[in-house]
Design a protein around this ligand. Structure first.
Ligand code: KG4
Ligand code: ZN
Length: 375
């Protein structure tokens, strides 16, 4: 069906912008209202419904269950977010349009289209990764350009964030994301889902030096990541050598250290190339995504930033993991910059690289498939 493309250009930019944000790309349904005015950026409301219990029994996210759950909860969440925001006028609606599980993305984007149409508001289709990329600006005045490490269950990338809509990929994973590695190894160890927090808790009483795990891509000097070798080695040790609670804790500690070490090594390389490209005195090194919740990962990355003269910034945990405030902010920043929204015929995209140029020139997965480049 061809929907009308409306002229959503604001004739005069207002001093204040209030945006409703919608997120539904994975297993969290989230709605938020964010305002920016002379006083700065404020999150007026941010409500999240986590589906984690619905997926836990399957040991991972089941796309069909996720999409149905988004449909069932999005109305109530939107009503709650609007009520909590108080008596505000919404200027625009922003929704994640990809990348992500397509059924879920379509639910949130369709809801946003309906809302925009009913209230005659501009619609902004947001890249979920851009939400993470800009999330630090919800609470801190992080200036462009900055270096971003995005580490979540679906993504592991180093990006130079030069401005709104202007991203250069410095490194990405060639197989699993870091959070995915945490989740898969935790599953093998019988720690349940989501695995990251469970593995971190188990690692607390472990001796990280007991098991030796492989280091990935040793011959390469770029900023790419790889976690599949680590996953295979950990699974082998789990099957052959883990018998007691102490064995399990020792392996968890070794895995956590190995992941943290790889994140640090690649981040340090990215810091060096960021410095070559940008003459900025104390640039920010922002760490976003669910894995940033891991205390070991945070500590070693913070130390690396200090060594290299970067200011370490990690958004509060509630904005590190999936949320709609970051989507509202990304929409707001785009709208503030261009004064324009997207047409109501904008499509949901399962794949949507932030740095489309680099993704096309140097695809990580040689066969991009008909859906386009993966990372
Ligand atoms: O950003 P996020 O909420 O969702 C996306 O993947 O977009 O990240 C979720 C990921 C999961 O893989 C989860 O296991 C991981 O973040 N995670 C952690 C911790 N908390 C969440 N990984 C390691 N340690 C944690 N404490
Ligand atoms: Zn995410």
């Amino acid at each position: 069906m061809l929907l009308p493309t409306r002229d959503t250009t604001l004739t005069m930019m207002t001093a204040s912008l209030t945006v409703l944000g919608i997120e539904s790309s994975c297993d969290e349904t989230a709605v938020a209202v964010v305002r920016r005015d002379a006083a700065g950026t404020q999150v007026l409301s941010s409500v999240i419904h986590s589906q984690v219990m619905q997926h836990a029994v399957y040991g991972g996210v089941v796309p069909e269950i996720a999409a149905r759950s988004h449909v069932e909860t999005i109305d109530d969440l939107a009503a709650r977010a609007l009520a909590e925001a108080g008596d505000v006028t919404i200027d625009a609606v922003a929704a994640t349009a990809g990348p992500g599980l397509i059924g879920g993305v379509m639910v949130g984007l369709s809801f946003a289209k309906g809302f925009a149409l009913a209230r005659d508001l501009p619609l902004i289709a947001v890249n979920h990764l851009e939400g993470h990329a800009l999330s630090a600006r919800l609470t801190e005045d992080v200036a462009f350009p900055f270096l971003l490490l995005l580490v979540s269950g679906g993504h592991c990338q180093l990006l130079s964030v030069k401005g709104v809509g202007d991203y250069e990929r410095l490194g990405t994973t060639i197989d699993d994301a870091a959070g995915e590695a945490f989740d898969k190894i935790a599953k093998v160890l019988g720690l349940g889902y989501p695995g990251g927090p469970a593995l971190e808790a188990c690692a607390k009483s472990g001796d990280a030096s007991r098991f030796t795990l492989p280091r990935a891509l040793l011959g390469r000097k770029d900023c790419d990541f790889s976690f599949s070798g680590l996953k295979t080695a950990a699974a082998k040790i789990a099957h052959e050598e883990v018998r007691t609670e102490q064995d399990r804790a020792d392996l968890c500690a070794a895995v956590q250290n190995a992941i943290a070490r790889q994140l640090v090594e690649r981040s340090e390389r990215a810091m060096a190339s960021f410095r070559q490209q940008n003459a900025v005195t104390s640039p920010a090194f922002v760490v976003a995504g669910g894995v940033a919740a891991n205390a070991t990962v945070r500590t070693v990355l913070q130390a690396a930033a200090g060594r290299k003269g970067f200011v370490f910034v990690a958004p509060p945990l509630k904005y590190c993991t999936d949320n709609a405030a970051m989507i509202a902010l990304a929409g707001l920043e785009h709208f503030d910059q261009s004064g324009k929204g997207d047409g109501l015929d904008v499509q949901a995209r399962p794949r949507w690289p932030l740095d489309e140029i680099r993704a096309a020139e140097a695809p990580v997965h040689k066969k991009a498939g008909r859906k386009g480049a993966k990372a």
